[in-house]
Every structure is written in structure tokens, then in C-alpha cells.
Design a protein around this ligand. Structure first.
Ligand code: ZNA
Length: 245
């Protein structure tokens, strides 16, 4: 069958391409085949340690993020809590992973190889193995574009279970916060996720750095909120978004 397909000039879809297209097709109004082609052009036939952030600009231009003022949610080291919440309360917040490109590529690994037209899902460089790897460059490019359209009051969920809740190395600190501009953004509401094992909270010194990094004119607030309260708000649609914490 494979030989027959090749003779006929057809190409078989890889599992990765099928996942990309089926996740994409949940969003109507986009040409998913065109997005797949633009996506591949960023990394296919390239050294997987030499894919710059800008390689994904054409893809993002074809499926731009739309501003959703007062609903945009950022996060760092709180992925599971955030998505557990936003999965149920789409009325309250949207994360990058709720957008077309974010949801299509969330939790996937991919890379190309010099001299090959294929997409690989194994043997790809790890997140910090080399800086310009295809996965890291995509998330930096997408995070920058998502932060560029943020407006009104934005929310960020940070973790009270780590030593440095606002870590300068994180994408949140290095890519997203520097793009928050007044007067487009009025306020940053930090939600510190507090679990039993908490070792930091809104008083942590790294949050002073966050305050200082904010564009003049953006108001800052921080609230310590237990993980159970966040989950309760996720489970009870009758709680108004503004009353969650
Ligand atoms: N959905 C994603 O996989 C993803 C999303 C990856 C990277 C960034 N984002 C954006 S940026 C997201 O929408 C948040 O608004 C921002 C979070 O980035 P962060 O501040 O760097 O937070 P984080 O928890 O350290 O990293 C976020 C995700 O990046 C993780 O869940 C991993 O998928 C990946 N990641 C980050 N650092 C590493 C890593 N994967 C492997 N090794 C690492 N050292």
C-alpha cells in the first residue's frame, strides 16, 4: 500500500499531521491544510537547533490571536491548575492554549532534519538542550504574539510551590511581561496558587521585580488563592468570574 501510494504520487499523513489537522478542524473558519504547510515551513529540512523564533511569524500571521480584553490569562509553572480551571470556565478567562495555534500544538514535540521533508516526534532536542529548537521557538513566538494583543485587566497564575514564582528565565518574565504596555493594559492581577506545600506567596521578593518590570501606568495586584478555591470556582458556574477570588 505504501509503495502504491508513492507510485500514485500520494503521501501518507503522519500521526503528527493527523493530530495537527484534527485539533485544528475543531476551530472553523481556518484553512487547516494551509496552516499545516506554513507550520512545516518553519522547521522542515532544517537543523533542529537552528530554528529561530521568527520562523513561525508567517504561521501566526495566518491565524492571528484576537484581543479578548479583561479575559486573558497568563501562567508560569501552574499549567495543570490553570487549564483545569479554564477548561470549565471559558466564560472567565482564555489562555494561549485555548486559541487555535496554542491548542493544536499543546503538549506536542516536533522537529525536522537537514535533508528530510519529514516531521519527527522523537530524537528532537530537549527544551533547554539548544536555544533555537523548534518547540521552544514556537512557544516564544506564540507567547509574544498573544501578549502583544493583551488588553484591559490581565491575569497571571503563578506558583506558591516554587522558590522563585517570578523567574526571569521563564517565558512569562522574559517574553510576556515586557510586552504588557499601558494604556492598552490597565492592570495585572497576579493569582498566587497556594497548595499545602506552599513556600512562597504574594510577599515573595521576586514579585517586587515583577512590579518593577511593569510598564509605568499598569496597576499591580496580587492575591494568595488556595488551589481548592480555584477548583471550586471551576466546578461552580454559578460563581461569577469576578467573585472567584
Ligand atoms: N503550552 C505550552 O506548552 C507552553 C506555553 C510552552 C511554553 C510557553 N507557553 C506559554 S508562555 C503559556 O501560555 C504561558 O502564558 C507562559 C508560560 O511559560 P513559562 O513562564 O516559561 O512557564 P513554565 O511553566 O516554566 O513553562 C510553560 C511550559 O513550557 C511548560 O508546561 C512546558 O511545556 C514548557 N517548558 C518550559 N520550560 C521547560 C519546558 N519544557 C521542558 N523543559 C523545560 N525546562
Amino acid at each position: 500500500i505504501v509503495i502504491g501510494a508513492v507510485v500514485l504520487g500520494l503521501t501518507l499523513k503522519s500521526g503528527f499531521e493527523s493530530t495537527f489537522l484534527s485539533r485544528c478542524e475543531k476551530f472553523s473558519q481556518y484553512d487547516c491544510k494551509e496552516l499545516w504547510d506554513l507550520f512545516q515551513q518553519a522547521y522542515v529540512n532544517k537543523d533542529p537547533c537552528n530554528v529561530p523564533v521568527e520562523a513561525y511569524n508567517p504561521l501566526i500571521a495566518a491565524a492571528p490571536f484576537k484581543p479578548q480584553c479583561n479575559k486573558m490569562m497568563f501562567w508560569s509553572k501552574t499549567k495543570d491548575v490553570v487549564h483545569g480551571f479554564t477548561a470549565k470556565r471559558k466564560d472567565c478567562f482564555v489562555t494561549l492554549e485555548d486559541t487555535l495555534l496554542g491548542s493544536v500544538l499543546d503538549d506536542l514535540t516536533w522537529c525536522g532534519k537537514e535533508g528530510s521533508k519529514d516531521t519527527f516526534t522523537t530524537g528532537c532536542p530537549g527544551w533547554s538542550e539548544c536555544e533555537n529548537n523548534p518547540v521552544r521557538s514556537f512557544w516564544i513566538c506564540a507567547s509574544a504574539a498573544f501578549a502583544d494583543v493583551a488588553c484591559g485587566d490581565v491575569t497571571a497564575m503563578l506558583s506558591g510551590s516554587i522558590n522563585t514564582p517570578f523567574n526571569p528565565e521563564s517565558i512569562f518574565a522574559s517574553v510576556e511581561v515586557p510586552r504588557f504596555k499601558s494604556p492598552r493594559i490597565k492592570k495585572l492581577d497576579v493569582v498566587m496558587v497556594i497548595q499545602k506545600n506552599a513556600i512562597s506567596n504574594c510577599n515573595h521578593s521576586s514579585l517586587k521585580n515583577l512590579m518593577q518590570a511593569l510598564d509605568k501606568g499598569i496597576t499591580y495586584s496580587c492575591k494568595d488563592v488556595s488551589k481548592s478555591r480555584i477548583q471550586e470556582c471551576g466546578a461552580k458556574p454559578e460563581i461569577a468570574c469576578g467573585a472567584c477570588w
